[in-house]
Design a protein around this ligand. Structure first.
Ligand code: UT7
Length: 325
């Protein structure tokens, strides 16, 4: 089996900052409630850019950091719950934009675990020798599926994109991977699409709102359980101690989730890298934006281990231990 290295990271967020005060003019909420219940202070919201626009900018950033020729990219996997269109895939739109003419491209839908699932898929293609260079993107325009009158959800989400380049290499950069799903709990976080309503349909159904709704408490409990389980299991499986993991990058959903998990694991919450205070929850983009930040700020050096963990709609979850090369 081939070894897989992460050779570049990238990210992009829209320039428009929407802080909690601005939201308090739209729904009955306030900065104090949002910060104390979530840790979120502001988020970036797209004015016109769609998911492919942000994904393209994150991809260009990652290609630049990896110092590769765009023609080397043989696979583009794009994780999103907010594609530009049903057809073509957002991955294919990115391919057109960056002119990655040699790539096979497709989207995956795994909500906030999408970035982890995407790396897993790309790594398998590289390990088996099918492809040698892959671009993995997590990108979301959650603002287009947010109900801006629902204070339970609209305070949480933000827009953004992130990317990594994986390549066949001499050293192993992906130490271990663990993923799973629980479709039986899918109702806890939904964003309905187009119902069947054709000339054969007996009952006429009206179009739904197409916005996200969520059982926050259910997801909160699931997130805490999964984060604790994955951290414990993956550390044991990798043969490293928790001390040897420099950072845990969780999906950036809620700072209280992280505090709970840190307490249950008996570790300092500072081990968890967070930027949700300034970006909110960007779903499939969130882990990659944080990963890019860690690399670009030189917070890690060669040999450091990072554990990334996603959880969210589906329900889905997954973690990867990365070694910085
Ligand atoms: O990527 C997807 C993953 N999603 C998540 O990770 C979300 C996980 N869940 C959460 O982060 C939390 O459940 C929330 C932040 C969504 C909600 O926090 P909570 O502590 O579970 O609040 P709650 O839903 O129990 O609501 C408590 C109270 C309610 O009022 P009453 O019924 O007690 O009078 C809500 O109506 O807070 C009220 N409330 C608000 N008040 C001010 C709910 N949203 C707001 C708001 N501002 N934005």
């Amino acid at each position: 089996m081939n070894k897989v290295e992460i050779i570049g990271t990238g990210s992009y967020v829209p320039s428009k900052v929407v802080d909690n005060d601005e939201l308090s003019h739209m729904v009955s909420t306030d900065d104090e409630w949002i910060v104390s219940r979530t840790g979120i202070r502001e988020r970036r919201i797209s004015k016109e850019e769609n998911t492919s626009d942000m994904a393209t900018k994150a991809a260009v950033d990652a290609i630049k950091s990896a110092k590769i020729d765009v023609n080397d990219i043989q696979l583009i996997v794009l994780a999103t719950s907010t594609p530009d269109d049903f057809i073509p895939s957002t991955a294919c739109i990115v391919q057109k934009n960056i002119k990655a003419v040699n790539a096979t491209c497709f989207d995956i839908s795994a909500a906030c675990s999408g970035f982890v699932y995407g790396i897993d898929i790309a790594a398998q293609f590289i390990r088996t020798g099918r492809f040698s260079t892959a671009l993995v993107i997590g990108a979301e325009t959650l603002s287009k599926v947010t109900d801006w009158q629902d204070r339970n959800t609209c305070i949480l989400f933000g827009d953004g994109a992130s990317a990594v380049i994986l390549q066949k290499g001499d050293k192993e950069g992906i130490i271990s991977i663990s993923t799973g799903s629980d479709g039986s709990k899918g109702d806890a976080l939904v964003c309905p699409a187009v119902p069947v309503n054709n000339f054969l349909s007996k009952t006429k159904v009206s179009l739904n709102k197409g916005t996200v709704s969520m059982n926050g408490k259910e997801i909160f409990k699931f997130a805490v359980k999964i984060l604790v389980k994955l951290v414990k299991e993956m550390v044991v499986e990798s043969g490293y101690s928790l001390k040897e993991i420099k950072y845990i990058i969780p999906h950036q959903a809620n700072y209280r989730i992280i505090e709970f998990v840190a307490k249950k694991l008996g570790i300092n919450p500072d081990k968890f890298y967070t930027n949700l205070d300034i970006y909110g929850n960007t779903s499939a983009a969130s882990i990659g934006i944080a990963l890019d930040e860690i690399y670009k700020k030189n917070l890690v050096k060669s040999g450091d281990k990072i554990l990334i963990i996603g959880f969210g709609g589906g329900l889905t979850y997954g973690g990867i231990i990365i070694e910085v090369l």
